[in-house]
Design a protein around this ligand. Structure first.
Ligand code: BV8
Length: 250
């Protein structure tokens, strides 16, 4: 075990209120493509940041709906990995673990993490684009008429969309405030698998550094935080996270 892993393991063991701030790299080893990876096949020629917007949905609802049905299909065929499980198991050691995730796959909740703040929503849920009440599970549609947004029972328009935060849309203020207070109250910030490109989410890691929190980053590629981190562990989440937290498999 490298010295760095041992140091990170010690920081984790001593922490009582760790925050795990996770991005797409947390689920990469589950088989879910990250945003930076070129999405394979049909989507290789589209930029997710161009498709994950209200404008795109207004302009071409079928294309955006198909983009999400394609990604939901991937999520349905994947499963949480040892990194998700190790974070969930870390709670069983009586620590107050907060997970602040940018991911929309629901994998932290699925593995039993009890305090999960989903900054960008959940791709496996739907809601009306015009704000009609209700969030409901996205079921694999039979697509009789091909992938088109379903009709909202509230307003009768074909305006059902995934329950995620699109670029140009504001985050849920309460969730963001709770995430910021979790960072203020934590005694360890563990940043896993995020390129730190998207704001205001990435501002939470900036905040942790600014207020001097012990900061451990896990990523196979360095980011703008890596040289300022207390420890930067170059590696994959599904390998490194279980090593520093204990693997949660026993
Ligand atoms: C907003 C849901 C008000 C949808 C997503 C400053 C302040 C505020 C806003 C902005 C700002 N600057 C710019 C903006 C606008 C914009 C933004 O940030 N744009 C970026 C592109 C520059 N932000 C917004 O629009 C936000 N809204 O602030 O509203 C406003 C509005 C307009 C203008 C001003 C203010 C809303 C942003 C939310 C967008 N929705 N997701 C969906 O999923 O379809 S974001 C989506 O992309 C993800 O949720 C995630 O947040 C982001 C991708 O980032 P990562 O998770 O880091 O993934 P990435 O692929 O980039 O990196 C993967 C990392 O994993 C890499 O580092 C890689 O090395 C590593 N890795 C790979 N394999 C592994 C691994 N790590 C570990 N293990 C491995 N095996």
């Amino acid at each position: 075990m490298t010295i760095q892993i041992e140091q990170a393991r010690r920081l984790a063991a001593q922490s009582k209120r760790p925050v795990f701030f996770t991005g797409a790299g947390m689920s990469a080893d589950s088989g879910i493509p990250t945003f930076r990876d070129a999405l394979t096949g049909l989507w290789a020629r589209y930029d997710p940041t161009e498709l994950a917007t209200g404008d795109a949905f207004a302009r071409d609802p079928k294309l955006v709906w198909s983009f999400y049905e394609y990604r939901r299909d991937i999520v349905r065929r994947c499963a949480p990995n040892a990194g998700h499980r190790a974070i969930a198991a870390f709670e069983r050691d009586g620590k107050q673990v907060a997970v602040v995730t940018q991911n929309v796959d629901g994998f932290h909740q699925l593995t039993g993490s009890s305090q999960v703040l989903c900054l960008h929503g959940n791709i496996m849920e739907n809601r009306c684009h015009h704000g009609c009440a209700g969030v409901f599970p996205a079921i694999a549609a039979a697509d009789p008429g091909g992938p088109v947004p379903p009709i909202c029972q509230g307003c009768g328009r074909r305006s059902i969309r995934p329950n995620v935060v699109w670029f140009g849309e504001t985050l849920d203020e309460d969730i963001l405030l709770r995430a910021a207070s979790a960072v203020h109250e934590c005694d360890l910030m563990v940043v896993v698998g995020t390129s730190g490109v998207v704001y205001p989410a990435a501002g939470l890691a900036d905040l942790a550094l600014r207020i001097g929190k012990p900061f451990v980053e896990i990523n196979p590629e360095p980011t703008s935080w890596s040289e300022k981190a207390t420890l930067y562990l170059r590696g994959r989440a599904s390998e490194i996270v279980p090593q520093i937290l204990g693997d949660g498999e026993h």
